[in-house]
Design a protein. Structure first.
Length: 338
């Protein structure tokens, strides 16, 4: 049975003006502190033409430390495909060419619907730089023995600082972004938009449920004692998203990552039509499947071999490479095209 003290708070929708402000500053950086006009570019870390995302490394004028600026083209909103949006008199078409019935143009729509989602990480650490850099990726088949011997000991000293997570759980930051809050220490969680989502565009809906229990690092720690928590996250998360965004549970992809990007248990909720990063077989584990596996075998995730992807700039890669489990791809390798 669930703890009778497991109360929850549903946060009322914010007004449109407030949403717009949060959309521009959702990473918590004060607009008066950092301005893009003061950013001095030193290097492009990654330019993903498929996802329309570019990550720039540099620094801000008169400020110490390096910064990352991540720019992402927004998905189209269906409600803006009308006479007040893309088809308004403010939209300008410039012709590339026209041939019979085919015309190729570039469209310059009104600036109000042409924003670029911007995330700033400042000051950025070496781990942040590695995370957002383009690099070779490998798969490790992690047995329970490898987890205990290499992964777990490495995580204890190398993981990201989790203070930003605790700030959310302790209501110290991002409270105006919270969609749902169950305050039960054992089964509670906070549901809020992921930083990769603008909080507005249904087509790219992406939320995170961050559990209140602090000792659960990842999938590896889960057993039958956590089933009430996992089911509560699933069921209450679905209801909160339906109530606020009118997206039914049958159109949600609910999953965990392994390895996760930070080691405090969290669950991803994404719109089924949205091809969010990290949804593929080598990374994601559907929450319903996780629950089913644990119900069949209490210690399933302590006994299973779990695959995970690892990039060559990750410090964990060095651990597995040093111990002979993986080999780095040689740089500037000559392609065989004969």
């Amino acid at each position: 049975m669930s703890d009778g003290k497991c109360q929850s708070d549903v946060i009322e929708p914010l007004c449109a003006k407030k949403f717009k402000k949060d959309d521009q500053n959702e990473n918590g950086v004060n607009e008066s502190q950092l301005q893009l006009r003061d950013f001095i570019l030193s290097k492009i870390l990654n330019n993903n033409t498929n996802r329309k995302i570019v990550c720039a490394l540099g620094n801000f004028k008169d400020k110490s430390g390096v910064a990352l600026v991540i720019l992402e083209k927004n998905a189209f909103k269906e409600e803006e495909l009308n006479e007040k949006g893309y088809f308004s008199e403010d939209s300008e078409l410039r012709t590339f060419f026209q041939n019979d019935i085919y015309g190729n143009y570039v469209c310059f729509p009104n600036s109000s619907i042409n924003g670029v989602k911007t995330t700033i990480i400042y000051p950025a650490t070496e781990k942040h730089i590695a995370k957002y850099s383009q690099q070779e990726v490998h798969i490790i088949l992690e047995t329970p023995q490898l987890y205990q011997k290499y992964t777990l000991s490495h995580l204890a000293k190398e993981q990201f600082n989790l203070q930003w997570v605790y700030n959310i759980l302790e209501s110290k930051s991002e409270q105006d972004r919270v969609v749902y809050d169950n305050k039960c220490e054992k089964e509670g969680f906070v549901l809020l938009p992921d930083l990769k989502w603008d909080g507005l565009t249904k087509e790219t809906l992406y939320l995170l449920a961050i559990v209140r229990q602090r000792e659960i690092k990842s999938l590896r720690d889960l057993d039958e004692s956590h089933l009430p928590l996992l089911k509560r996250v699933r069921d209450e998360g679905k209801k909160a998203i339906l109530d606020k965004y009118n997206v039914p549970g049958s159109q949600l992809r609910i999953y965990l990552h392994y390895q996760p990007s930070f080691y405090h248990l969290h669950v991803h909720f994404t719109y089924l039509k949205h091809e969010a990063p990290g949804i593929y077989a080598e990374k994601s584990h559907l929450l319903d499947t996780v629950i089913d596996n644990i119900e069949m075998m209490n210690d399933y995730y302590q006994k299973a071999t779990l695959p995970f992807t690892i990039r060559e700039m990750d410090t964990l890669f060095n651990v597995y490479e040093t111990n002979g489990y993986i080999k780095r791809i040689k740089e500037n390798i000559e392609l065989i095209d004969k």
